[in-house]
Design a protein around this ligand. Structure first.
Ligand SMILES: [Zn+2]
Length: 167
């Protein structure tokens, strides 16, 4: 198992055709946590590196269960994930134009990236910015009614969203 937080040398992996197994606790990915409030769960998978037409590439296959915080009722919601991402690892933004169409460019600054950073890039694309339960599964109505009955403070469903927009 490859330590997910360790920066890896992209060229070495690509030229060696490395095949790495990983398991990542999502709540520990700082870059993901700062943009997806309350994220938790874990994913596991494999990253297979190669070089295609001079570019370092990685096929990232992963699956697992992600926990997000519903922005309506603020209760956790679970989502299962299964994904195969075809990535091209570029050292600078300029190289993005040389990436084959079917591959998604990910910046590996200084030619190094960790599995955690790679996964963060993918999950930011996959996970909704404002996660919401299906209406039938959401606790917001019941929760609001309870709070009203108890005469407590007003429900603020978008409190977290306001924080996100401030960034
Ligand atoms: Zn909800």
């Amino acid at each position: 198992m490859t330590p997910w937080s360790e920066p890896l040398e992209v060229d070495l992996l690509a030229d060696g055709g490395a095949d790495l197994d990983f398991a990542v606790p999502l709540g520990e990915l700082a870059g993901l946590r700062s943009l997806r409030a309350g994220v938790g769960g874990s994913v596991q998978g494999q990253a297979q590196f190669a070089r295609e037409q001079g570019t370092a590439v990685a096929d990232l296959a992963f699956s697992g269960t992600v926990t997000l915080q519903c922005q309506r009722c603020l209760q956790p919601m679970e989502r299962s994930l299964e994904r195969m991402s075809r990535i091209a690892l570029i050292a600078s933004e300029n190289e993005a134009t040389r990436v084959p169409l079917e591959r998604e460019p990910v910046l590996a600054a200084g030619g190094r990236i960790s599995i955690g950073e790679l996964l963060t890039e993918e999950l930011l694309l996959l996970l909704p910015i404002v996660p919401l339960h299906e209406e039938s599964e959401c606790a917001s109505k019941a929760a609001a009614a309870e709070r009203f009955a108890a005469g407590r403070e007003t429900h603020r469903p978008f409190a977290n969203l306001a924080d996100l927009l401030k960034r």
